[in-house]
Design a protein around this ligand. Sequence first.
Ligand code: BV8
Ligand code: ZN
Length: 290
Amino acid sequence: MQISLLRITNRLGVCKVNIMATRQSSDLSKFKENLKGAKNIVILSGAGISAESGIPTFRGAGGYWRKYQASSLATPEAFKDNPSLVWEFYHYRREVAARAQPNAGHIAIAKFETKHSSNKNITVITQNVDGLHVRAGTKSLIELHGNLYKTRCTKCKEVLINMDSPICEALANRGAPDVNIVGSDIPVKSLPHCKKANCGGLLRPHIVWFGESLEPAVLEKAGEAMESCDVCLVVGTSSVVYPAAMFAPQAAARGATVAEFNIETTPATPDFHYYFEGPCGTTLPQALDV
Ligand code: BV8
Ligand code: ZN
């Protein structure tokens, strides 16, 4: 692991030093040996695995929609303050993800699962909500943060799958990411509402927002997979959002072999045995031999 100093002199001539850990890409053949002998494998994915499908990640430039940071809209407070604006944001993302295709990274994981279905336990745990792992053919999937195509009634709590495009008339052709569009003029009564008799509650995306706890059953299933894995691949995540960011470092600490696949190092990189630099659409097919 090399540490390179990034000297930044700001406008006032004050020199700031950023410590950016850099690390050489690891030896793939050694990792493949580990993978061959592994019985229980977890693949933990983040927004980076969908980047090559054209879906913006959270922290890159794509982390914005209109003049808002995506993470500022992914909160219960934002939905309470302006459900129409939040629904325009999620409607936009539903439409973008529906037009996107799984890429070589998603497909390599699904092929690896099929190839080893008889001799290995493989679990995919994703932080993503875009549904691309399922469309690539992944069978054993845990969606930590929900799914763009599920709604939850704010009144009766019913969770339903909803693939409608648009999800309601009022959202047709809305959600454009144009920075000049401020707020939303869609009346709340025109937003998606529960169709259950005597309910009619406002629907929300069935997605875990910042400040909300993950579903206990989902957390438990992910915990079991992480506790029993011999090898964990951490793919396309900045490892800054908790509790997901803890999973792989905890597995490494108890002796599992952890390999990170990313285009840059992350705060968790030093915890891991292997680091494979590059777009995962390229590195995963090589590492998984599919
Ligand atoms: C929780 C759904 C208990 C939304 C998401 C204050 C109050 C309350 C909580 C907190 C608080 N402060 C901190 C917290 C905890 C908070 C948190 O961790 N915040 C962070 C920002 C510090 N966590 C929570 O709130 C969680 N709940 O803690 O409950 C609790 C409850 C109440 C009070 C206290 C505690 C819930 C977190 C879930 C939020 N929902 N998603 C939606 O999608 O709309 S998280 C969202 O960001 C994503 O789902 C993802 O999980 C997460 C991180 O994003 P990444 O996937 O890592 O993507 P990112 O863009 O960051 O990075 C992409 C990476 O890919 C980069 O490294 C890049 O280099 C790489 N890459 C890019 N291209 C490629 C590539 N790699 C390979 N190949 C490529 N081609
Ligand atoms: Zn309802």
